[in-house]
Design a protein around this ligand. Structure first.
Ligand code: 5GP
Ligand code: MN
Length: 345
């Protein structure tokens, strides 16, 4: 595995948890930012921090670079209070703290954040390739999720975790670990989940919100993706599939109705690395990549070839190749990389 150049855990110190808590407590205005294409962890962490801020008497705003947030997470407290924001504005207001959640770098969130300006930003994250763009960084590449990080911050400094906060935190932990199934699930993750259940979380309720929430339209798009899957490589270890912009139109599926599809492809026996190529109606083409133990190529490693990033096992990128030939193109790139890995000379 070529993880040697990654930050992994080397930038994290347990003291960072208290430091993050102190920075939060010292500011009376929190502007919370999450990444594009919000997922359960981005939304769960924003929701939990928002609720904590309100309980502490802070003035809190939640900014998202997404125009709309996924229906499936609408049960999270404050998720209807988000403000759509494409461009970062550095406001010079006393007591204002920018908090970035689940963003591996500033580009993953709104545009216009200038790292050279030493902006008063707290960066809480769990991506091992985090660029540490905040003035204060609390980044543990070994944590399952940003929600797990927030849980540890709250516990380290005795913050009150209400049932609402517990449900939000549990949501991010549950989704980023694929329901406690991925290799990022650690003893610490289960300890967090255990405490959150003690605090009132009903696991079946959260699981139903997340897993039993596909619209019939979403289901139709899943069927198309499954019917197009291409399995290849020695031992059939790779699987890729494609979603065209017209699929959204023709099925009526939501833009984020395809979330979870990548994990679905991973259920094919013997498959170690998968990718879905999605052409959004805006024309943007995105790769979603997953890998598991035994894959000759890490998901993050493949994503970085395209200028994207993420974790060793789950990553993504925006690509430029023509959609008509995207499957063949991606297959070629994966096989080339594979041959490079297995025959390094
Ligand atoms: P997904 O496939 O669910 O969109 O993303 C999987 C993981 O990869 C997430 O942790 C996400 O933060 C990360 N990721 C997705 N796209 C990008 C990208 O374009 N750049 C970076 N740095 N990370 C990404
Ligand atoms: Mn996350």
């Amino acid at each position: 595995m070529t993880t040697a150049n990654l930050n992994l855990n080397k930038n994290f110190d347990e003291k960072d948890l208290i430091r993050a808590s102190e920075v939060l407590k010292a500011h009376k205005i929190w502007y919370i930012f999450t990444h594009k294409k919000s997922d359960g962890d981005a939304m769960g962490s924003a929701s939990a921090l928002f609720e904590s801020g309100v309980n502490l008497g802070k003035s809190v705003k939640w900014f998202s670079p997404d125009k709309t947030l996924p229906e499936v997470y609408k049960f999270l407290p404050h998720s209807n209070e988000f403000i759509f924001c494409e461009e970062f504005i550095d406001e010079t207001v006393e007591g204002l703290l920018y908090v970035f959640l689940d963003c591996s770098n500033e580009v993953r969130s709104v545009s216009g954040f200038d790292v050279n300006k030493n902006i008063n930003a707290l960066n809480i994250d769990h991506h091992e390739d985090n660029s540490l763009f905040g003035r204060v960084n609390c980044v543990d590449g070994l944590a399952s999720s940003t929600c797990e990080m927030l849980f540890r911050i709250f516990m380290a400094d005795n913050w009150e975790i209400t049932q609402n906060i517990a449900e939000s935190l549990y949501t991010g932990i549950f989704t980023d670990t694929g329901g406690f199934a991925f290799s990022n699930t650690s003893a610490k993750t289960h300890m967090a989940a255990s405490k959150l259940i003690e605090l009132g979380v009903k696991p079946d309720k959260i699981s139903d919100f997340i897993n039993q929430n596909k619209t019939p339209q979403d289901f139709l798009i899943w069927a198309r993706v499954m019917s197009r899957v291409k399995i290849f490589g020695e031992g059939n270890i790779f699987a890729i599939s494609v979603i065209y912009a017209k699929d959204f139109e023709e099925t009526g599926a939501e833009l984020n109705g395809t979330e979870g599809l990548s994990s679905m492809l991973m259920t094919i026996r013997g498959v170690k690395l998968i990718s879905t190529i999605t052409q959004y109606p805006s024309g943007e083409i995105r790769l979603s990549i997953r890998s598991r133990e035994g894959s000759p190529i890490g998901a993050g490693e493949l994503a970085r070839i395209f200028g994207g990033g993420g974790h060793e096992r789950a990553a993504g990128a925006t690509v430029k190749f023509p959609i008509e030939d995207a499957v063949n193109e991606l297959e070629k790139i994966i096989l080339n990389k594979y041959h490079e890995c297995v025959n390094p000379d």
